[in-house]
Design a protein around this ligand. Structure first.
Ligand code: 5AD
Ligand code: FES
Length: 351
C-alpha cells in the first residue's frame, strides 16, 4: 500500500506536503477509498445512518456569492414552513423510521429564538428519543444556549473554507471567518454534537485551501463533517464559474475518514447531483450517513442552493426506499438508530 496512506491510517495525520499530494493526485483515489472503507468498517461496520432533512425556510439575510438562496437573488421564490407543516414532516419521517431530524434553513430572523425553541420542544415532545439537529447559521451564544435548553442535540455549520483570503472571496464583507469559527467553538462548549465542513471546488480554491480546511477540522474535532462539490447556480455572481470535481470530492471524503475515523460523514445531496451514483461512491469512499429530504414536495425546488438538485419531485417515502436500495447496492445497510458519534479515542469492536 502507498506508504503515506498507510501512515495516515495509522496516525490520523501527515505532514503538509504528503497531505497535499494525496489531495491532488488522482492516481491515489482507489487506494485511498479502500483504506477509508476499511477504516469505516472498523468503526461503524456497514451501518449507514439516516437523517431526515427538513428545509423549513429559504429566506436568508446573507448574500454569499455561491448560494442560490442569497438575499439578492430576486428570482428565488421564498417560502417559510409553519410549525404544523414542520411537525407533519417529522411525523412522516418518524413513520419511515427516521430518528434524527435536521432543521435547515437560511438565516431568517422571522424565526426568532422563541419560535425555534417552540419547534424544537414540540418535536422532542412528540417523538421521544429522537435527535434534533439545527442548521440555521451564525447566532449569538445566548441563542445557541436557548436552543440547547429546548432540546437541540446537534448543530451543523460548515466553515465553508478555513482560509481568510478565500473566505472573503466567497462572501460579502459583512461576514467573517473569525466569527464563523467562534460560533463553532461556542457550539462545542455548549455541548452540541457539532458538524462542520466545506465545499470542494469552490471558485479559486487551491489544494492549499483544502489543506487548511483539514488543519482547522483537526483543531475543532467535529462529530460530523459534511462536504460536497461546489455546484454553480445561474442566478449568483459565480454563475460562470465551473462546478467542483467528483473525484477530488471523493478523495477528500476518504482523507477525512482516515483523519477522523470516528466521524459521521454524509454522502451529500450535492455529490448525488454531480454524478448519478455520487452518493454511492461517497459511501464507498468512507461516508456513513445519508440525508433524505423530508421537506414538502411543493417547496423542494425552491430550496435551490445550486442547480439541478436531486430529489425535488419525490415524496419522503420514495426517497427513503430509493436510498435504501442505493445503500444496499453500494454494500451497506441503512439503520434507523439515532446514530450518535462514537468517542474519538475509543475504537468500537469491528463488526
Ligand atoms: N454548491 C454546493 N454547495 C452549496 N452550499 C451552498 N451553496 C452551494 C453551492 N452552490 C452548501 C454550503 C452550505 C450548505 C447548506 O450548502 O456549504 O453550508
Ligand atoms: Fe430521493 Fe432517490 S433519494 S429520489
Amino acid at each position: 500500500m502507498n506508504e503515506s496512506i498507510a501512515r495516515l491510517t495509522r496516525t490520523r495525520d501527515l505532514p503538509d506536503g504528503e497531505l497535499l499530494t494525496l489531495i491532488s493526485d488522482p492516481m491515489g483515489e482507489s487506494e485511498l477509498a479502500q483504506a477509508a472503507d476499511a477504516q469505516r468498517r472498523n468503526w461503524y461496520g456497514t451501518e449507514v445512518y439516516v437523517r431526515g432533512l427538513i428545509e423549513f425556510t429559504n429566506y436568508c439575510k446573507n448574500d454569499c456569492y455561491y448560494c442560490g438562496i442569497r438575499r439578492s437573488n430576486g428570482k428565488a421564490d421564498r417560502y417559510r414552513l409553519t410549525d404544523r407543516q414542520i411537525l407533519n414532516c417529522c411525523r412522516q419521517g418518524w413513520a419511515l423510521g427516521f430518528r434524527t431530524f435536521v432543521l435547515q434553513g437560511g438565516e431568517d430572523h422571522w424565526y426568532t429564538d422563541e419560535r425555534i425553541c417552540h419547534i424544537v420542544l414540540a418535536i422532542k415532545g412528540e417523538f421521544p428519543g429522537c435527535a434534533v439537529t439545527l442548521s440555521i447559521g451564525e447566532k449569538e451564544r445566548e441563542s445557541y444556549a436557548a436552543y440547547r435548553v429546548a432540546g437541540a442535540d446537534r448543530y451543523l455549520l460548515r466553515h465553508e473554507t478555513a482560509s481568510d483570503d478565500h473566505y472573503q472571496m466567497l462572501h460579502p464583507s459583512s461576514l467573517s471567518l473569525a466569527h464563523r469559527k467562534n460560533c463553532l467553538f461556542t457550539l462545542k462548549e455548549l455541548g452540541y454534537q457539532v458538524g462542520s465542513g466545506f465545499m470542494v471546488g469552490s471558485p479559486d480554491q487551491r489544494p492549499e485551501h483544502l489543506l487548511a480546511d483539514l488543519r482547522f477540522l483537526q483543531r475543532l474535532q467535529p462529530a460530523m463533517i459534511g462536504i460536497g462539490p461546489y455546484i454553480t447556480h445561474p442566478d449568483t455572481p459565480f454563475h460562470d464559474q465551473p462546478s467542483g470535481d467528483l473525484h477530488l470530492t471523493l478523495r477528500m471524503v476518504s482523507i477525512l475518514r482516515l483523519m477522523f475515523p470516528y466521524a459521521l460523514i454524509p454522502a451529500t445531496t450535492a455529490l448525488g447531483t454531480i454524478h448519478p451514483r455520487g452518493r454511492e461512491l461517497g459511501l464507498q469512499a468512507g461516508a456513513n450517513v445519508v440525508m433524505p429530504n423530508l421537506s414538502p414536495v411543493g417547496v423542494r425546488e425552491k430550496y435551490a442552493l445550486y442547480e439541478n438538485k436531486i430529489c425535488t419531485g419525490e415524496e419522503a417515502a420514495e426517497c427513503r426506499s430509493c436510498l435504501e436500495g442505493r445503500v444496499r447496492l453500494a454494500g451497506y445497510e441503512i439503520v434507523t438508530a439515532r446514530g450518535d458519534v462514537k468517542p474519538a479515542n475509543k475504537k468500537s469492536s469491528p463488526k
